[in-house]
Each structure stands twice: as structure tokens, then as C-alpha cells.
Design a protein around this ligand. Structure first.
Ligand code: 5GP
Ligand code: ZN
Length: 116
């Protein structure tokens, strides 16, 4: 499914500029426009999927690739050793504001737990 109006689909199509950190044929990693940590990168599938909650059993490979991409981003950004957080929000109540699956990779500062 491709969404004409989806912000992240537009980034995938190159219609909206993004500061790309890494990419592959199935995913794209770019800096968050409103960083919440010194390192804050979003990893998204090129294919439109609304959230982790919308993944089907056929999407196991893609889900794994996004996790591996998150780890690769952490290495590229120099936070693999110091520690980083990988988080994805599902639904408005959990803080999701863009309804195209994305994994936040946050690092470069101490993280608190639990998140608010
Ligand atoms: P969510 O709140 O859905 O978990 O995360 C969406 C993220 O997308 C937010 O952290 C927000 O700052 C980021 N974001 C929203 N619009 C844009 C944009 O146009 N470009 C980039 N790079 N990030 C965006
Ligand atoms: Zn989309």
C-alpha cells in the first residue's frame, strides 16, 4: 500500500527532504526533525505499513531488517558502545504521531525508564 498523503512515504519518494544516515532497498534511516537526544534517527520501511500493530506474519523478515538497521545506525552514529534505545510507538495514546511504521534510535545521553 502506498499513501499519497503519508509524510514518510513522501520522504521515501524524495518529495520532502530528509537528512539520510543510511539506507537499503527495503528501509531508510534519517534524522528526526525534532531530536530528543544528541542522536535521534528514525528507521522506516520503504513500504507503507502503519505500525508494528499492522505487521502481518509475512512481515517477519522486514521487522528483523528494521532491528538490524537500528543497530547499524547506532554503530554509524557512534553510540553502539555507550548505549542506545530502540523504540516504536503504536497508536496515538502511545505517542505515535506519524502513521507510517518507524523505529526511533536514540542515544548520546542517559535514558530514563520508564518513559513518561
Ligand atoms: P512518533 O511520534 O510517531 O513516534 O514519531 C514521529 C517522529 O517524526 C517525531 O519524533 C517527529 O519529530 C518526527 N517528524 C515529524 N515530521 C517530520 C519530518 O518532516 N521530518 C523528519 N525528519 N522527522 C519528522
Ligand atoms: Zn507511508
Amino acid at each position: 500500500m502506498v499513501s499519497e498523503d503519508c509524510l514518510f512515504c513522501r520522504i521515501v519518494r524524495g518529495e520532502i527532504p530528509a537528512d539520510i544516515v543510511a539506507e537499503d532497498d527495503r528501509w531508510l534511516a534519517f534524522r528526526d526533525i525534532q531530536p530528543q537526544a544528541p542522536v535521534h534517527v528514525l528507521v522506516i520501511p520503504r513500504e507503507h505499513v502503519e505500525s508494528v500493530g499492522s505487521l502481518s506474519t509475512d512481515d517477519g523478515g522486514l521487522a528483523g531488517e528494521l532491528m538490524l538497521a537500528a543497530a547499524e545506525v547506532a554503530r554509524i552514529e557512534g553510540v553502539a558502545e555507550s548505549g542506545f534505545r530502540v523504540v516504536t510507538n503504536v497508536g496515538e495514546r502511545a505517542g505515535q504521531s506519524v502513521f507510517h511504521l518507524h523505529v526511533h534510535v536514540l542515544g548520546g545521553r542517559r535514558m530514563r525508564w520508564p518513559p513518561g
